[in-house]
Design a protein around this ligand. Structure first.
Ligand code: MG
Ligand code: MG
Length: 281
């Protein structure tokens, strides 16, 4: 019995609402990605995301975190996560991680992307490799989710993917361990936590209908970090740049659906050989 703890599964009705929330997050992030360019402030991106979510019948979820009032976190260059939108003006070559959450009828979606100001052609090649390695590791974690499997297999798959990418890229990527993924439902952050790296033990069993947010944060240098005096922004100690990718995912007997991907993850899951089980709104 001990060590056989199981996660909670969502019903089809609950998943339909989480898919609706996930689609709002996907749409908001897509809108923001299209607006990222030199001269734009992170506060402008925040307003775009808030408008998109409210215009489509949702509510931004981050203002539900005590002390936070924005729709996005915008983390630029050496900022890893929890950057606060404001007057910062983006410049060509900046690596911007954008994290967004939305609520529909009480149910949450949570996702993050990393994008380059001026596109990849304006970016440092090592930053492009870093972002790709991070996104790829997220999908490796997603591909490791199966009903009856163990939660900590997810972090193991993420870490293996980052290490493999590091070998291929000739880089010693840093894997941030101070911030983790999480179960998600009627609150954004629920237990159990989902480490985005390998840990001892196996973790609870994945129940059919389990919904989790996986969110690897990877650095070009040392992963050690600190929080700025604003109380939120997490930066690398060595000033190296960081990428952050996140999706909210459901695993069921028939397969996986990426609730915060516009296509539910169909294309990438298919490429990975993972059964896709769509959730409709
Ligand atoms: Mg997030
Ligand atoms: Mg999250």
């Amino acid at each position: 019995m001990f060590g056989r703890r199981s996660t909670v599964g969502r019903t089809d009705e609950q998943l339909a609402l989480m898919r609706a929330a996930g689609l709002l997050v996907a749409g908001a992030l897509s809108t923001v990605a299209g607006a990222v360019s030199a001269g734009v402030t992170t506060a402008q991106l925040d307003r775009l995301a808030e408008t998109f979510i409210r215009d489509h019948g949702g509510v931004p979820s981050f203002p539900g975190v005590p002390g936070y009032r924005h729709t996005l976190c915008t983390s630029v260059n050496e900022e890893i996560v929890h950057g606060i939108p404001g007057s910062r003006v983006l410049q060509d070559g900046d690596l911007v991680s954008v994290d967004c959450g939305a609520i529909v009828s009480g149910w949450h979606g949570d996702a993050a992307i990393s994008v380059f100001v001026g596109g990849e052609s304006a970016a440092r090649p090592e930053d492009v490799s870093l972002s790709r390695a991070t996104e790829q590791s997220l999908w490796a974690g997603i591909a490791a989710m199966r009903v009856g499997g163990r939660l900590y297999a997810v972090g193991e798959a993420i870490e293996d993917s980052i290490l493999a990418a590091g070998r291929a890229d000739g880089r010693d990527y840093g894997i941030v361990e101070d911030y983790v993924g999480h179960a998600i439902g009627q609150e954004m952050h629920l237990d159990p936590q989902i480490p985005n790296y390998a840990v001892r033990g196996k973790g609870p069993l994945l129940a059919s209908g389990f919904t989790g947010a996986l969110e690897p944060m990877v650095t070009l240098g040392d992963a050690r970090n600190r929080v700025l005096d604003d109380g939120w922004t997490v930066v690398t100690l060595d000033g190296s740049r960081a990428a952050h990718w996140e999706h909210t995912v459901v695993v069921r007997d028939a397969g996986v659906c990426v609730l915060t991907a516009a296509d539910g993850g169909a294309a990438r899951l298919s490429a990975l050989g993972v059964p896709f089980a769509p959730v409709s709104t």
